[in-house]
Write a protein that binds this ligand. Structure first.
Ligand SMILES: Nc1nc2c(c(=O)[nH]1)N[C@H]1C(S)=C(S)[C@@H](COP(=O)(O)O)O[C@H]1N2
Ligand SMILES: [Mo]
Length: 429
């Protein structure tokens, strides 16, 4: 079987396993050049010695009533970019995508975007009001919400500003910063439809305006079709209560649509016959085109992907040979059907292997296993979704949208892998 990366297309052949094993064992013994390094370790803990942790009893149960990650994973944290915003209260931090695998974002690592800091709500005083064009205005307690039939759905949330700093060219060195305004968790909550039906929609009900109970009082206009389709008032994420940062005790879930509409600390939903033209859909979250016109109500997050490893924060640290490339793909229009990857800046494309659940409007995990020959690489990934849409290059996006945009940058990302395994953010297309 050929070991050339160019001919290796599609799922790894199981017969490759023996070779992989030999390759990995070999890589551990041979210290490569530059960044590539030997396995290391304290000889006292290595075979044939009895390791330290095998000699003594460890901490018992309840040492940590709420479990935390290993102390050796301390670098796996959300990070912010100091110069990006003037205050901490209206700011953003980023999911450490390069450290994660699979498709679920752990609750403590979901990026945060607040316009007025975290509202410190208590569940007893929580109320959700529905008013406007309804037969009977209602006020629900959290317990009321929990008496409606509930659903479990896995969705990504992407801020429309994700990759916004990259619109004019490569800027931030790491997929955490270029693509980390996305997370994907399983929500438990009540379909919004049930709550609106309980209040009774008037025939001229065409829009809703969810409003947050935070100091920013964030609000957006959402068309009634979307509200009745797949929106959820969620109170759990990944099985446990929403984190305060994510809108505890309840937030709106607006699958596939820009994160700004997923109102946190949800306190009111007004029903109307026209959009409200709120701050967040006029001065913000619109896309200024070349001629001075702005695109508005650009709700859907189009198909996008990024290679999370290798990437600037996840350089290749082993010698040449067996290498796992992995990344994420998602689409606000449904499922991802295919992801292509290139190692040579687009000259040759290979179909990546999607592994794990393929759910609509959720993250998809892809892999491409190849033998790195130690030469420089230009890595890119390109997502296809079930509508037939293909992720565009950044040049193709700019041809249509100009250079003034911030939001909705789903262009193809390039990582430059150097011969020493280090990786840099570059732009070639
Ligand atoms: N009430 C309220 N809801 C809000 C916001 C906010 O500042 N206040 N920020 C919005 C924006 S711009 C985004 S991208 C998402 C971020 O959700 P997260 O903090 O759970 O990642 O929440 C949205 N909902
Ligand atoms: Mo956002």
């Amino acid at each position: 079987m050929s070991r050339s990366s160019k001919s290796h297309d599609g799922p790894a052949n199981p017969s490759r396993r023996g070779l992989l094993k030999a390759g990995i064992a070999g890589a551990g013994l041979v210290a490569g050049a530059g960044l590539a390094r030997a396995a290391g370790g304290d000889p006292a803990n290595l075979p044939p010695n009895v390791a330290d942790w095998s000699r003594y009893l460890g901490p018992g149960v309840d040492a940590a009533p709420y479990g935390m990650p290993s102390e050796h994973e301390a670098q796996v944290v959300r990070r912010s970019v100091e110069w990006l915003t003037a205050s901490r209260e209206s700011s953003i931090n980023f999911t450490p995508l390069h450290e994660l695998d699979g498709i679920i974002t752990p609750n403590g690592l979901c990026f945060e975007r607040h316009h007025g800091g975290v509202a410190e709500m208590n569940p007893t005083d929580y109320r959700l009001m529905i008013n406007g064009l309804v037969d009977k205005p209602l006020i629900f307690t959290l317990e009321d919400l929990k008496r409606f039939p509930r659903v479990n759905r896995l969705y990504f949330l992407e801020c429309a500003a994700n990759s916004g700093m990259e619109w004019r060219g490569a800027q931030l060195n790491g997929c955490q910063f270029t693509h980390g305004m996305v997370h994907c968790v399983m929500y438990t909550g009540v379909p919004l439809k049930y709550l609106l039906e309980e209040a009774g929609l008037k025939t001229n009900a065409k829009w809703i305006m969810p409003e947050g109970g935070d100091a920013a009082g964030m609000n957006r206009s959402v068309p009634i079709e979307k509200a009745l389709d797949d929106c959820i008032v969620a109170f759990k994420m990944n099985g446990e209560a929403l984190r305060p940062e994510q809108g505890y005790p309840a937030r709106l879930v607006v699958p596939g649509w820009e994160g700004n509409m997923w109102v946190k600390w949800l306190r009111r939903i007004e029903v109307g016959d026209m959009p409200w033209h709120a701050r967040e859909e006029t001065s913000k979250y619109t896309d200024l085109l070349e001629g001075g016109k702005a695109r508005r109500f650009t709700w859907v997050m189009d198909a996008k992907s990024v290679i999370t490893s290798p990437s600037p924060q996840a350089p290749i640290l082993h010698a040449k040979g067996a290498t796992v490339l992995t990344g994420l793909a998602w689409s606000g229009n449904g499922r991802i059907t295919r992801v292509d990857v290139t190692l040579d800046g687009g000259k040759n494309w290979h179909e990546a292997r999607i592994d794990g659940p393929s759910l609509p409007k959720a993250l998809h995990r892809f892999y491409f296993e190849f033998d790195w020959d130690g030469s420089e690489l230009l890595l890119q990934s390109r997502a296809h979704d079930e509508t037939g849409y293909v992720q565009p290059t950044k040049d193709a996006l700019r041809a249509v949208r100009g250079t003034n945009s911030i939001y909705h940058n789903n262009g193809i990302q390039t990582w430059y892998v150097k011969a020493d395994g280090g990786v840099e953010n570059v732009e070639i297309s």
